[in-house]
Design a protein around this ligand. Structure first.
Ligand code: FE2
Length: 186
């Protein structure tokens, strides 16, 4: 694929991220800041490029559907479906599973719910609540379950008011590179 193709694909994704500047879904930071903070935490934690990108893009599904007060309950699957034609499974699967990871952690980690924001607790009901033991076992069997749990913890931590974040331009280069590698290998 030509460089132009990669650029226009990345433009379209960057536009989604920019649209998140106007959304909060009950959080104390806007969704673009939240996305950049989540990516910065992934990066500081030594995550792969794929997981840093997953952290950046994990919530784009909210602006692809009809989001309510606490966002779009199904945003993980909606976002993953939208990104799946341009990015590899290492990016898309942790995004698809990051709401399931919350439902899993609430069910299996006694201290986890205390760390959730009010909005995350409110949306948990709309997302189906804590996993049953069977659902938790099915989640653990997913290939990208542990990456989704890591993403989830950066996600929960990436809601700090007035935190310095990397610019979108810094991260855009990563988006274009991973996309180019993915479509170029096909
Ligand atoms: Fe998030």
């Amino acid at each position: 694929m030509s460089g132009d193709g990669s650029t226009s694909w990345a433009d379209q994704i960057v536009e989604l991220l920019q649209a998140m500047r106007n959304e909060r879904y009950g959080e104390r930071v806007d969704m673009l800041d939240h996305s950049l903070q989540t990516a910065a935490r992934a990066s500081a934690d030594g995550a792969s490029d794929h997981l840093v990108l997953a952290a950046l893009l994990h919530d784009v599904g909210h602006v692809l559907g009809n989001a309510g007060e606490w966002g779009l309950a199904d945003h993980a699957r909606v976002g993953a479906a939208h990104l799946g034609n341009g990015l590899p499974a290492e990016v898309v699967e942790p995004i698809r599973l990051h709401v399931d990871a919350k439902r899993y952690l609430v069910a299996t980690d006694d201290t986890y719910a205390d760390q959730l924001s009010e909005a995350s607790i409110r949306s948990l009901d709309e997302q189906g609540g804590p996993f049953s033991a069977d659902q938790a076992a099915r989640f653990e069997a997913e290939s990208f379950a542990s990456d989704a749990v890591r993403l989830r913890r950066w996600d929960d931590a990436g809601k700090v008011v007035d935190q310095d974040v990397p610019s979108l331009d810094e991260i855009r280069e990563l988006l274009e590179r991973v996309h180019r590698d993915h479509v170029g290998s096909g």
